[in-house]
Write a protein that binds this ligand. Structure first.
Ligand code: NAD
Length: 254
């Protein structure tokens, strides 16, 4: 009862971008378990995630969306308001990573990473904030950053990704201050290496190089991010805004 009062999300409408797989899928299931209706915005279908949401005893649906397109995101949010009546929580998660030496990566590739990871999250947060303000919703926006926004990963070079995630952390702080008067909270989540399709497909040698650098000597599981998201999404974090919550097996401490 006590935990449900603080962390429970019954009656809340949550949006998860890139929720068709990886971290987004696991977090979508966690939000559903906590009682939220969960809408998945992704470029491809999300049948597996929708099944997990319904198995968790909640409701949800999918809207095909490209987060880099203002029109696509605005249309998705319009449909959500029409169908679900509110947008209380946004897990702004869609993202891509490029491992390439800077001089080998093209400017176009740099732009693409920034377009999805930073501008995409900006578009999603902006559309969500607009609706929250219009409807007087005291919402919570959780932007997906990364420990790469605070440290430089080695041995792989990923300048575009690191720069995009650092910008997400400061965009989060900027929106938190700008929207505080509307009681809209904006926080970011910075995971370390998490075992998902994004990282599981990385070459074995690279992962072997990472292990000694992680004080816990293992990658995290997507499930280990869910409690942090529930904290940021729920009443539990009512006085928390502009924070970057780091879940990285202590990587950034050394
Ligand atoms: N896996 C990790 O180790 C790790 C660590 C720190 C941060 N992250 C961040 O977590 C988020 C999710 O990563 P993941 O590991 O689950 O990766 P993933 O590749 O499994 O999932 C990324 C999701 O984003 C979606 N996406 C990409 N571009 C999109 C677009 N233009 N429009 C809509 N959806 C789009 C993909 O389709 C996919 O569903 C990313 O932002 C990533 O940077 C991941």
């Amino acid at each position: 009862m006590y935990l449900e009062e603080i962390f429970g999300l019954k009656g809340k409408v949550a949006v998860v971008t890139g929720g068709n797989r990886g971290i987004g899928q696991v977090v979508a299931e966690g939000l559903a378990r906590a009682g939220a209706e969960v809408i998945i915005l992704s470029r491809s279908g999300a049948e597996d995630t929708l099944k997990k949401i319904s198995d968790a005893g909640s409701r949800g649906y999918h809207i095909k969306t490209d987060v880099t397109s203002e029109e696509s995101v605005a249309e998705a949010f319009r449909q959500i308001v029409e169908r679900s009546g509110s947008i209380d929580i946004v897990f702004n998660n869609a993202g891509i990573c490029l491992h390439k030496d800077t001089l080998e990566a093209s400017v176009e590739e740099f732009r693409r990473v920034v377009d999805v990871n930073l501008t995409g999250e900006y578009i999603v947060a902006r559309e969500a904030g607009k609706i929250m303000m219009e409807k007087g919703i005291q919402g919570s926006i959780i932007n997906m950053a990364s420990m790469s926004g605070s440290i430089v990963n080695i041995p792989q070079w990923q300048c575009s990704y690191n720069a995009s995630k650092a910008a997400v952390i400061h965009m989060t702080r900027s929106l938190a201050v700008e929207w505080a008067e509307y009681h809209i909270r904006v926080n970011s989540l910075s995971p370390g290496y998490i075992a998902t399709p994004m990282s599981v497909d990385t070459p074995k040698e690279l992962k072997e190089a990472w292990m000694p650098l992680i004080p816990m000597h293992r990658m995290g599981k997507p499930e280990e991010l869910v409690p942090a998201v529930l904290y940021l999404a729920s009443n539990a974090s009512g006085y928390t805004s502009g924070s970057d919550v780091v879940v990285d097996g202590a990587y950034t401490c050394v």
